[in-house]
Design a protein around this ligand. Sequence first.
Ligand SMILES: [Ca+2]
Ligand SMILES: [Ca+2]
Length: 616
Amino acid sequence: MAAQVPPDLTHAEVTQGDIAVATALAGGVRLDHMPSRLLALSGAVLLSFLVVSAESLHAQSDVVAVTDAMLQSPEADDWLMWRRTLDGWGYSPLDQIDRSNVADLKMVWSRGIADGSNQGTPLVYDGVMYMPNPSDRIQAIDAVTGDLRWEYQRTLPDDLTDRLGRALSQINRNIAIFGDTIIDTSGDTHVFALDIATGTLRWETEILDYRTHPAHQSSGPIIADGKIISGRGCMPEAGPDACVITAHDARTGEELWRRRTIPRPGEPGDETWGDVPDEERRHVGAWMVPSYDPELGLIYIGTSVTSPAPKFWIGGVENTHLYHNSTLALDVNTGEIVWHYQHLNDHWDLDHPFERLLVDTVVAPAPDAVEWINPRLQPGERRRVVTGIPGKTGVVYTLDRETGEFLWAKPTVSQNVIASIDGATGAVAVNSEVVFTAAGQEVMTCPVWQGGKDWEAGAYSPETNLMYMPLRHTCGRVMASDNGTWYDLTVRTEITPGEAMLGTIQAISAETGETVWTHSQEAFTMSLVATGGGLVFGGDSNGRFKALDHETGEILWEINIGSPVTGFPVTYAVDGRQYVAVSTGYSLNTSALARLNPHHRPSRGNTLFVFALPEG
Ligand SMILES: [Ca+2]
Ligand SMILES: [Ca+2]
């Protein structure tokens, strides 16, 4: 675990109190959030203004309420959710910054953000950036100037980190927007909504009691058909009832459904746990952010490994322990599992919760580039697929997203945990040579728990039909050691033998599966965004933030921003000017992998940076 800095709650309480006072004084008067529009306000309104703080002046709003239609087809200028769109692409059509001018990019503002493990994604709507900081601090920032509008800090229980550990309870990857509220899930496993104009708490709903059912809420929700859809990691001691995906009414916070990731006794899949009692079925989390197809009404979300990971300890290696390391397609209205696909029977903590890319494409996997292909595929067939790299193995899987039918799969970085996949059925056969059967056994696996791929997200561009994936070359000695840790594993990570460098980005065709270009580097690569300007932006563990040509992978611009680029990059526009934003910090991965490149000495500061082309 990384060394951690305690959350700064003192500052937070003061800030929250100030906002509450300012809001009470404002008396519910609706004022515009854009300074340029303040000129239109009446004298009476301006008078009431004078008694509130300068900060709350900017906190009033007549923001247009965000609807499902807007979330399903967002304005190019905005970035309204984790990957901008519900299909998980991490793509913006903005094209002012392009391959011909990106070398002129300059920093236009920066701002420090709260202490803690930062993996935040800015949300941008109508010229205002809403930034999730660690430990459930959310800031509204003028997206042009970087000036603070309001700040909310959730008061977290004193004993929270005793239950959940510090690192994972701090992470605040993403927030959502609906109506006139900003919506997030909290370290103490509530879902809550803030007034978009003031940052005051509008409502909150407990999902799980962190004292009896501790769960990690490192990721936030998406909004699908007016519902807040969120997953979570579940502590082993919390049992199966903490391992849930939930839906809440985005207007009221009322819970609509919850779906366990582990079948209940008597449900389909119960038998896949053998004779393991229900209360000992543990830790199958869904700790990343789902995708959503509004036409099919299906949520796509991935799951992670069991605790312990070696299956001989929990009912035997012949059992599949559903629904760990699976893609689940859930009915948005009921949470019913419409189909599932298990990517790996996992003995090594190779989770599969990452971004699902929803793409409509010709499916024509090239036999010389793709290991495993469904023999029923017809040449030139067009399908609605869910694709991408869902898990730490780095394997690309393409499934029909209506039915879950396996279409094709291929490894990217070296992997030795999958022996083969049956193209006709999609059934995955693990490599028996690396499956543990007794305590004390040690095997060499590729990758190890840092991936391959991890939570750092890849992007997809509809212009190239390529997916861009941040990957790393890791292997390691893994021992089944009954050591009382979550997984009962001991792991020693190294750079994959035969590879000169840890980091890589690979551009892979969603149509053919061919790897069109590969970028290699020492530092490991982090989250990516693709743009209409023909660019892929992304950073690395050594503080470099770069723009690559989306067709060739050539580096067209690079800057050292000092610390690992742990935040998710986004791009947005205000008044015709395009901006690129990204944040730095540290994560479990930056700590765990630092010794593989010991000559890299980045700092560890949590800072938000925004770039644009020079004006005029
Ligand atoms: Ca959160
Ligand atoms: Ca895990």
